[in-house]
Design a protein around this ligand. Sequence first.
Ligand code: SAM
Length: 144
Amino acid sequence: MGQIAEELYGRAFANQAMLALLADDAIVADLGCGTGSIAAELAPWVGKVIGVDSSPAMLKAAGRRTAELANVEIRRGELTAVPIEADSCDAALMLLVLSYVADPRPVLAEMARVLKPGGGRWWSICSRTIAKTSASAWVSRSWL
Ligand SMILES: C[S@@+](CC[C@H](N)C(=O)[O-])C[C@H]1O[C@@H](n2cnc3c(N)ncnc32)[C@H](O)[C@@H]1O
């Protein structure tokens, strides 16, 4: 975004324009949801967000943050055994998570399992620094 537009309107409006492209009935898995900030931001634009994390502290924060959002469900679980039904999600996100995983293969297999056959999409975003770590580097080489 240009500097003038950013000064006039901030960055939020561009994010909102992009979020509006999502299907409003989409079911989205936020794997490794942390404090639920992504789930909370997505919630107004989609049908349902299911956040999954294994950390009790993160789950507590995510539960608190999304308590008022009727279409967000936070579940406790490991990313190697995601507590979501197979073939049920339209999209899956895994943001800043793979660098914490020793072997990305079972985690990515779980991501694929929960996506609807044929239509599901997934995104795994790692920072440039984190992408130098083993799991993320493996994903970058093998999948992207
Ligand atoms: C850096 S945080 C990112 C949180 C969130 N995705 C974000 O972008 O704000 C990484 C999260 O992944 C979770 N995580 C890492 N390995 C996991 C695993 N094997 N199973 C479940 N959650 C995991 C951590 O508990 C943590 O909440």
